[in-house]
Ligand binder design. Structure first.
Ligand code: T1G
Length: 699
């Protein structure tokens, strides 16, 4: 039964039971409406609405979007609740989000368990609160607080929500009992019907110029996104228009958002993130191994960041380094990072201390005998890694998982240096590892299903988005990045300046342009890696000659104050450097490249199509399970704009025929093998199939 109604003394109790998160499906909306009508006719004095299971309503049912709207709509339901002749009290536990919290706002009173939180995260789905949230919230807590709540999508804990005025009472003890007591209290004092819609917003509280300033801030904070700006307009309407007109305006803006490409993309990412950790072909009976203690080899930047990821999840970590000074340096960096989090207000002193205390250091492998998982994060050299793994093989207990953080080396070869290849897996974190959410879980030939299941569960437990990858050079993300980075180099030597290339990609929505990323990571990393390769392995010299020339000039990137750009020593602001333009022209001359004007469109297309073409190859080879996995990799590991859904979703929205045609043009113009269209792309276009068709087994 999705919704039940029962009379308890003089209180009607409406209980919702729609696992897993009590989403407001059509059946739930109808059930609540029917229950409200039943309660109207009962001789009761108040109505309590609460939910079974883990949480109060977590929002509209996102899976219904894109389908025909079925009545009663949520705004209709909320109007019925607010117009009720009986006081309606929302009793909140877990997370009351989106339409769930909007339903609570249409109630006359709201109470919540101290552990509960409330929020309007619609903006993270490219939407806006479309069931009265933009009209009721500013009436309850004022314009500025309402704008902050809705444009960030952040949750507010019960106490903060009460202090803001979003809820009236923080409950103690059992939810239902405490909510019933609160209802009786309201009845006893004749609290009556308190409709949020009747509250007016002081006209002087937020002027036109304040709204304009807020819009400017959003242009920076939420660059390129449509929904945040619409939220501002809806809140402005709450000030300027009568409630019903404000609701109607909100509804029209909401419908525009639901139909927008940005919202389709963000909803795709929402579900793709939750799909990614599910591994096809592994039986549900395979349960994760317990992981209570973790060891990490290598106290460098990556090892330290990984250690923090586990400590942040409350998992004790033993951090091992080859030398005392290496270990000290690593622990000092961890301490510094926690200090920064505290100074930024992201963590309290005690939280930071508690987490840091979970990380202990050692130079002795014998201290790893009891760990359930070890993650190696040493220098990217196969010899070094093989030595580390054979040592771990000697020391670690049976059943311990031995993981490598390598970003492109062959995990099969690493596994081969142990007597237990079934326990070896790749856990590829992204720098800074305590911040970036992506975790590539690399399954080698012998990796046991149980190890993969454990890695996926652990990835979620430490707040990452785990994605399964097969073994190849660069797995999913770095393999695609090589194609993308090549195009940046070729566009540069053919005629574009670094600022134009980075400008085109950041205007598209990338967090950073490819050349700025190079300067951030350090140009010497690629340079050193290339020294170990033959000319044949290095590929087209035009794709690295500029980088090599800059490194040989000592321009290693941000850390050297100069790379593709020069950096202000104080502000680290980036600016074009004529020296670099001379280097580019010199390398073009040296390699016989006739420079020309490149359009922004050409630059953008070449970068995106390079990612997409490689993505199709990765799918075809089974290196990634699904297109959505590739999208999650690029959004959470490489700064691809989530409101464009990732490279493969973008390709689908653009149309695979259009994508193929554009790639074929590049192939025709260059004759380069990497522009040969991926066979899977050609096959889908030839059969007029989409990637969804292919995933459904029709391709
Ligand atoms: N609709 C449908 N399914 C949902 C859902 C939703 N709103 N929220 C979660 N699920 C599914 C999810 O796909 C997964 O399914 C399972 O529930 C567990 O989720 C009119 C229009 C509530 C904090 O944005 O933030 O209301 O993979 O793995 O980590 O203004 O889910 O098990 O098959 O995330 O414990 C606004 C979205 C909607 C909240 C729980 N609401 N959800 O986190 O579990 S728009 C949201 C969450 C709206 C109104 C507008 C989280 C959670 P499966 P999970 P979790």
């Amino acid at each position: 039964m999705l919704v039940s109604y029962q009379k308890v003394d003089d209180i009607g109790v409406i209980s919702i039971d729609n696992p897993p998160v009590n989403a407001l499906s059509q059946g739930v909306r109808q059930g609540i409406l029917d229950a409200i009508k039943s309660a109207e006719d009962d001789d009761i004095k108040a109505i309590v609405i609460l939910c079974e299971g883990r949480t109060f309503i977590a929002g509209a049912d996102i899976s219904e979007f894109g389908k025909p709207v079925q009545e009663p709509t949520l705004p209709q339901l909320n109007t019925a609740i607010e117009s009720s002749g009986k006081s309606v009290i929302a009793a909140i536990h877990g997370t009351a989000l989106g339409g769930g919290f909007e339903l609570a706002l249409s109630c006359h009173y709201r109470c919540a368990q101290a552990s509960a939180s409330v929020g309007l995260p619609e903006v993270t789905l490219g939407l806006l609160p479309g069931a009265g949230g933009t009209q009721r919230v500013p009436r309850l807590i004022g314009v500025k607080a309402a704008l902050d709540l809705m444009t960030t999508g952040n949750k507010a804990g019960a106490n903060e929500a009460r202090d803001l005025g979003l809820i009236d009472r923080v409950l103690k003890g059992d939810l239902k009992e405490a909510a019933m007591d609160y209802a009786r209290e309201l009845i006893a004092k004749g609290a009556g019907l308190r409709r949020v819609r009747d509250i007016s917003i002081p006209a002087t509280s937020f002027g036109k110029e304040a709204f304009e300033d807020y819009r400017q801030q959003l242009n920076k904070r939420k660059r390129g996104q449509e929904a945040p700006q619409k939220i501002v307009s809806c809140v402005e309407a709450a000030m300027d228009k009568p409630f019903e007109e404000g609701l109607a305006y909100e509804r029209s803006c909401f419908v525009e958002c639901v139909q927008s490409e940005q919202s389709a993309a963000l909803r795709h990412i929402f579900f793709a993130e939750r799909q990614a950790p599910k591994v096809a072909g592994i039986a549900k009976s395979v349960v994760p191994r317990p992981v209570q203690r973790v060891g990490i080899i290598g106290a460098g930047t990556m090892g330290g960041g990984i250690a923090m990821s586990f400590a942040n999840a409350g998992i004790p970590v033993t951090l091992l380094d080859a030398s005392e000074e290496g270990l000290e340096r690593g622990l000092a960096l961890i301490d510094k990072n926690y200090g920064i989090s505290v100074s930024k207000g992201k963590l309290s002193e005690e939280q930071a201390t508690e987490r840091e205390a979970l990380i202990s250091g050692t130079v002795d492998y014998e201290e790893l005998v009891d760990v359930d998982l070890v993650i190696e994060a040493v220098f990217e050299s196969m010899d070094v890694k093989r030595q580390v793994f054979s040592r771990l093989d000697e020391v670690c207990k049976q059943g311990a998982i031995l993981a490598t953080n390598t970003s492109y080396l062959d995990v099969n070869e690493i596994a081969g240096s142990t007597s237990r290849p079934q326990d070896v897996v790749g856990l590829h974190f992204f720098s800074p590892a305590n911040v970036m959410r992506l975790l590539e879980v690399v399954k080698a030939e012998s990796t046991a299903d149980e190890v993969i299941t454990t890695a996926m569960a652990l990835g979620k437990r430490i707040g990452k988005v785990p994605v399964l990858a097969g073994v190849c050079y660069g797995f999913i993300g770095n393999r695609m990045l090589r194609q993308y980075a090549r195009e940046a180099q070729l566009c540069m030597i053919e005629g574009a300046e670094p600022a134009q290339i980075d400008g085109v990609l950041t205007n598209f929505g990338m967090a950073m342009g490819p050349l700025s990323v190079g300067d951030l990571a350090g140009l010497d990393i690629g340079y050193k890696a290339r020294q170990a390769l033959t000319d044949e392995q290095k590929g087209d010299p035009r794709s690295y000659c500029i980088a090599d020339a800059l490194v040989e000039l000592g321009r290693l990137g941000q850390k050297a104050g100069a790379g593709y750009y020069k950096y202000d020593p104080d502000t680290r602001a980036r600016s074009t450097d004529p020296v670099v333009l001379d280097v580019i022209r010199e390398q073009a001359r040296k390699h016989g490249v006739q420079r020309r004007e490149l359009s922004d469109e050409e630059i953008l297309d070449r970068h995106l199509l390079a990612l997409i073409n490689e993505g199709f190859r990765i799918l075809e080879e089974g290196i990634a399970q699904r297109p959505g996995d590739i999208d999650v990799v690029y959004v959470h590991g490489y700064g691809f704009p989530s409101y464009r859904g990732g490279p493969m979703f973008y390709a689908s929205q653009r149309g695979l025929g259009n994508v193929l045609g554009s790639i074929e043009k590049l192939y025709g113009a260059t004759g380069e093998p990497y522009w040969a269209p991926a066979p899977l792309l050609k096959k889908l276009v030839a059969s007029d199939l989409t990637l969804d068709d292919w995933m459904a087994g029709n391709g």
